[in-house]
Design a protein around this ligand. Sequence first.
Ligand code: EPU
Length: 420
Amino acid sequence: MDKIVIKGGQALHGEVQVSGAKNAALPILASALLADGTSTYRNVPDLADVATMLKVLRTMGCDTERDGDTTDVCRIGVNGHITPEAPYDLVKTMRASVVVLGPLVARFGRARVSMPGGCAIGARPIDQHLKGLKALGAEIHLTEGYVEATAKQLKGGTVNFDVITVTGTENVMMAAVLAKGRTVMENCAREPEVEELAKVLNKMGARIEGAGTSIITIEGVDGLKPVEHAILPDRIEAGTLLVAAAISGGNVLVKRVVPEHLDAVVEKLRETGCTITAEAGGLRCQAPQRLEAVNITTTEYPGFPTDMQAQLMALMSVSQGTSVISENIFENRFMHVPELDRLGADISIQGHTAVVKGVKGLSGAPVMATDLRASASLILAGLRAEGRTDVSRVYHLDRGYERLESKLRGLGADIRREKA
Ligand code: EPU
């Protein structure tokens, strides 16, 4: 098992390029199931989660291919017989595999997908995905840990989500594109990744309006065609790199970003005293002399993203003053707190709120990653800590960051990967 070893204290400088967005790539790859033929995707990040999604698709009978030296190109062929099933072994390693449910039932009239179960950051039920599919006429049975959804022909309907859900919105949207008639989805997630998926589906011939707002309207069509598409840049990776500049006292241009996708993060970084400027195709972050504490409340997009909470907490741990961080999306997303405290941070948890008292400095120590964004926060803290920080269990990191350590090394960080 690999670990990341960091010797802290280097201010980061230079330019770095963001990879394609994990949370857009995963549903988009699943959407290939909606058409016969081969779809081609560019800017697909080389991540463990993407590999898992490709494996899920191969298990069903799709052909998948990554181009040799240009690994950001990925092709998915739906040419022969598809077994509409996602087994427990794969879904348990990546709950986002559940996004095959919508396309499978819409296209093949049947889907059998393992229930994802809880994960490190919360219980994460899928009741809203199922509610939406039922509203389109799917019959749902839960047996032996699997969701079985069947429908001869889905029919348009009205879906009002009780909870705003990103993959739930995506799943139901992918089902509705092939349903007969009109579907209106209310209280939808407005994340850029939802909008990106709708863009891809529309290129395939779907008729979706309103993606990116809370009401999405879909006119069902009889069939879709394969697509060629380049995936948008990862706003969470971009945000993580901006924080790397800030926490290290550096000055970094983060290239290939969509600045408006980062508005909430940029606003908070500016409040901490960072100077953030838009430059051609990127955002530059210049760290201040003194980081000010800011309060953070995670909410759905366009609010401050839960996927940046752990990274901002690392930054707040070395700021001037006390910061209150409220996590409103997942009930158990503070697993990084005891690990940050091991590095000398002063953070206490009260329910879904963390109180971070800024300290003068952190000191390196061995720490353990507990989930994807927690691992990023520990690496960020390690960049700032005096001495050596070993972050173990980096398989969490590899699920969602493409070669983060080499990108940071390119900016001057003393960081390497070692076999633990
Ligand atoms: N929820 C329900 N019922 C449902 C669905 C969700 O109660 O049927 C609850 C969840 O338990 C949670 C809240 O609604 O409390 C929001 O969950 P959501 O469904 O939006 O999360 P998700 O779709 O499972 C995606 C991202 C996550 C990101 C969240 C929130 C993907 C593949 N994953 O998850 O990304 O944190 O939205 O923005 O898109 C990550 O990249 O590190 C990550 C965890």
